[in-house]
Design a binder for this molecule. Structure first.
Ligand SMILES: [Zn+2]
Length: 626
């Protein structure tokens, strides 16, 4: 009876999801439900070693092999743990690696065991010193004097430190025991298990089922400061006070999130403020978002990243894209929620400014992708089979996704759309869904009495077609009109550099002012601007980015040392990629980029190196941006 029910569920599941093109997992045969990790950290060899014990549910009684995803793992043994606790050796085969997917691990089951519906498989292994999920930092790359390790699972990197079904269509609970040098602290996207543990041992448990890419670990010289009874900040000791002050609004943000999207279902929400080499603005690891220190501006002006990661507690972590082709479901809804939360917490003007800047970036991305011969990547639903899912990370998922959700809001009207959002999160909580599931659910919802008129064609134009459709909402671009006028007046000399109304500007107005400057701006004006307002590599990272982009655009050599220092100081993907992208537009820029990259490369995450190398050394035949 039980088996029959399971088989039925499997049939439904496999109909609901097209197979994930980025996983070898055969989820119609077996599904991993729980992962128990027991790992030691070796900071000398840059390896994790130990065991992963998977609790596996058998859905197809005839299945006699379990297929898992791995990348660069050295597997020493696989055991079936019997009810009695006895370990029985299982045969396994590790296939030759595929450059995108890694190595398929096939575990054979002896005939006797196939009737069991749940089994425990223990895999003994160690990671490669080049595991794509793990970045090992030297003390000099941190804010202290101790080494640091962090993992980044999204999109398909968890398989490089844990052998499992590495597809977001599968959700697992997990627990972990992590051994570290005694002076370091481990944290995970899970709750800490208190109790008497030997020095250097740390235990965790995650009771809510999550997709494997959200299993996360960081190890370093870490301290904690509570903000209230369910939020707090982890970071290195020298940064703790600054970070706690910057993120003081966190309890208020969490409450605002709950008012909009429903109860927060992960108990705690803490931030881990990372060393500079961290590759991302933020990563929404559940219960513990990993945050770039570049978000600390000193004036809380860049907290949009925190709001974004927090919003993932609903879209992404609670309701998850089933495959990376459906990435927009995670990021589009999250960017929409981010926008709404910024509006609620910091006012409509600031939300409109962030929206207007993001919109122009989206237009640029759509143009660039089209020019590169990738118009298909400007549709919301992607077709990434055979390619790295990292290629799907663009403004399209985030900003076109956001505007699609805004289009829905416009049709529904805000109160009705808020009810829709709550219903969406409730109906799919702790599930992984694909674009078709969302589309079908939306169409069904639209049949409810009082729902707005919307055709399937209008929806499909957003989801399946390239570019922006005719139903694109009107963007409040006028919000920058005063700054734009100042920019023109300053260029023409009608306003002197020291008479700019800059003291009234919020950082986004600075960004806009700098972005509006042309490539042939006189170097004299740049020198004045730099001297008067201290523009350089420090301070607000977004202003620094726009300034340094302008430096590259105008070929203003006196500021090149600042550009180099900035690129050596940060390892954040968006900042690094934006600047190298600007450098790669001209021959001289490319030469400068190559020189800086040679120095900066060791500090960058492997995926960023790939992205930068794609820009600096484009493949023959692939059109480059002019
Ligand atoms: Zn996100």
């Amino acid at each position: 009876m039980r088996a029959l029910i399971l088989v039925t569920t499997a049939a439904v599941t496999s109909m609901a999801h097209a197979a994930d093109p980025h996983s070898y997992a055969e989820t119609d045969k077996f599904v991993v439900r729980h992962v128990a990790l027991d790992l030691g950290t070796d900071f000398e060899a840059h390896r994790l070693a130990g065991t992963a014990e998977l609790t596996v549910e058998q859905l197809d009684p005839a299945a006699d092999r379990l297929v898992l995803d791995t990348r660069d793992l050295e597997i020493s043994a696989v055991h079936l743990i019997e009810m009695s606790g006895r370990a029985r050796v299982l045969a396994f085969k590790l296939a030759e690696p595929d450059p995108v997917l890694g190595s398929k691990l096939t575990i054979e089951f002896p005939h006797c065991c196939a009737a069991t519906t749940q089994m425990r498989i223990r895999i003994a292994y160690r990671t490669s010193n080049e595991a794509s999920a793990l970045q090992w930092l030297e003390p000099v790359q941190t804010y202290g004097a101790k080494p640091y390790l962090y993992s980044q699972g999204q999109a398909i990197h968890t398989r490089s430190w844990i052998p499992l079904q590495d597809t977001p269509s599968v959700r697992v609970t997990y627990d972990a025991r992590i051994r570290t040098p005694p002076d370091l602290v481990a944290v995970m996207s899970a709750s800490r298990v208190d109790g008497a543990l030997p020095a250097g041992e740390h235990a965790f448990t995650m009771k809510q089922p999550i997709p494997p890419y959200l299993i996360a670990l960081a190890v370093g010289d870490l301290r904690f400061q509570a903000l209230d009874n369910r939020t707090g900040v982890w970071t290195e000791p020298s940064r703790l006070q600054t970070a706690a002050r910057e993120f003081e609004d966190l309890p208020r943000m969490l409450e605002a999130g709950e008012e909009m999207a429903g109860p927060y279902r992960w108990d705690r929400y803490d931030l881990l403020v990372m060393p500079r080499a961290f590759a991302f603005g933020g990563m929404e690891n559940p219960r513990l978002s990993f945050i770039s220190p570049s978000v600390i501006a000193g004036d809380r002006s860049l907290v949009a990243v925190i709001v974004h990661e927090l919003a993932h507690s609903w879209s992404g972590n609670l309701v998850t894209n089933a495959t990376w082709d459906d990435f927009w479901l995670n990021e589009g809804f999250t960017t929409y929620l981010e926008h709404r939360l910024i509006e609620k917490l910091y006012g409509e003007r600031r939300a409109e400014m962030e929206g207007a800047i993001a919109y122009e970036e989206l237009l640029r991305t759509i143009r660039d992708l089209t020019d590169e011969g990738r118009p298909g990547d400007t549709a919301l639903q992607l077709k990434l089979a055979g390619r790295s899912p990292d290629e799907g990370i663009s403004d399209v998922a985030y900003q076109k996704g956001r505007w699609f959700v805004s289009f829905l809001e416009e049709r529904f009207g805000r109160p009705a759309f808020d009810a829709f959002l709550r219903a969406y999160f409730d109906a799919h909580a702790f599930q992984s869904i694909d674009t078709e599931t969302f589309r079908a659910w939306l169409l069904e919802y639209l049949e409810r009495p009082g729902a707005p008129a919307m055709t399937a064609e209008e929806i499909d134009a957003w989801i399946y077609r390239p570019g922006l459709p005719a139903t694109m909402p009107k963007v409040a671009t006028g919000v920058f009109a005063p700054v734009d006028k100042v920019a023109v007046d300053w260029q023409s000399g009608r306003i002197a550099t020291d008479a700019l109304p800059a003291k009234d500007w919020i950082p986004m107005e600075w960004v806009r002012f700098l972005d509006e400057q042309p490539a042939d701006l006189e170097h004299e004006k740049l020198a004045e601007l730099r001297a008067t307002y201290g523009l350089g590599a420090d301070g607000n990272a977004e202003i620094a980015l726009s300034w340094l982009e302008l430096v590259i655009r105008t070929g203003y050599e006196p500021a090149y040392p600042d550009l180099e220092r900035f690129l050596l100081d940060t390892g954040r993907w968006r900042l690094v990629e934006s600047l190298f992208s600007e450098l790669s537009r001209t021959e001289s820029g490319r030469a400068l980029g190559e020189r800086i990259y040679a120095k900066a490369k060791p500090g960058y995450h492997a995926s960023i190196r790939q992205a930068v190398e794609r820009l600096l050394y484009p493949e023959p035949g692939r059109a480059t941006a002019q």
